[in-house]
Design a protein around this ligand. Structure first.
Ligand SMILES: [Mg+2]
Length: 281
């Protein structure tokens, strides 16, 4: 286990003519402040994954790879598909085409954890950047005459702000048709996206789905454990990289609920419980 370490070696700037007593008081004060800073809060466990998303070249290379694969498959589809029905693709929004790691960074810095009011504020700012490669891919798809539907679990009251964010970045939208299908925007459009996928599939030839988590593609019954999730994903192996494309999201996801017997998120679980979930082989 990696231990959180605090730097205690910075020179705070010594007084010009220190007395022995003055020096002692000074160093005790410094040591007290440093110790308090070290023990006050557990480090936010999203820190490392958030840095990876924001700072690594590897993250941006992977996301661009995924969108390139999806583009190549669209080209193949367009060459071979018999266009009886209008064509469409489905994309998730958060960590699929919009990068909200800045909001996570704010909550890490504030030491506040996830708070829905902070999330609402972030969404209303409508300034999340695009995931690398997403804009070029979706603009290309739209230019081929394929409708792009954004199927998101952002709630219906966040739709206008979401549209503003997408518009400002230049993501394809249609002024005459609602392309953003939010949670509970219509009766039955629950957190499980299956009803929205079916709604679209009954009207369009859906060529592709892109998401950052398994439930963007499949209906996961509550309490689905990690092994079952793997099995469910693998049972559709022919679709991955052909019709279904997964973006990396190391910061959060429903996988966190698959590691506890009661389906609660392991994020807030005691460290010992997380360590017990590790595989050593
Ligand atoms: Mg998402």
């Amino acid at each position: 286990m990696r231990k959180h370490q605090c730097r205690q070696d910075e020179n705070p700037g010594a007084p010009l003519r220190p007395t022995l007593q003055g020096l002692a008081v000074f160093f005790i004060a410094i040591a007290t402040v440093a110790t308090a800073a070290c023990t006050a809060t557990r480090p936010d466990e999203r820190l490392h994954s958030t840095l990876w998303v924001q700072a690594s070249a590897e993250y941006a290379v992977i996301t661009r790879q995924v969108f390139k694969m999806a583009k190549d498959e669209i080209d193949e589809d367009l060459a071979s598909t018999n266009r009886v029905r209008p064509l469409a693709i489905i994309v998730d929004v958060d960590q699929t085409i919009l990068d909200n790691s800045g909001q996570t960074a704010r909550s890490i810095i504030a030491g506040s954890g996830f708070r829905s009011a902070d999330w609402t504020e972030w969404v209303n700012e409508a300034s999340a950047p695009g995931v690398p490669g997403a804009l070029e891919y979706l603009q290309y798809v739209a230019a081929q005459g394929v409708a792009v539907f954004y199927v998101t679990n952002r709630s219906a009251e966040k739709e206008d702000a979401t549209r503003r964010n997408l518009e400002q970045l230049g993501f394809p939208l249609n002024p005459e048709t609602d392309m953003i299908l939010t949670r509970l925007e219509q009766p039955g459009w629950t957190r499980d996206k299956a009803s929205r996928r079916q709604w679209l599939a009954s009207r369009f030839e859906v060529l592709q789905i892109l998401g950052d988590e398994l439930s963007d593609f499949l209906s996961l019954p509550p309490g689905t454990d990690a092994e079952t999730r793997l099995h469910m994903a693998q049972s559709h192996h022919e679709k991955w990289g052909r019709q279904w494309f997964m973006l990396p999201n190391p910061i959060y996801g429903s996988w966190e609920r698959a590691l506890t017997p009661d389906g609660s998120s392991i994020y807030d679980a005691p460290m010992e419980q997380k360590i017990r979930s590790l595989k050593t082989q």
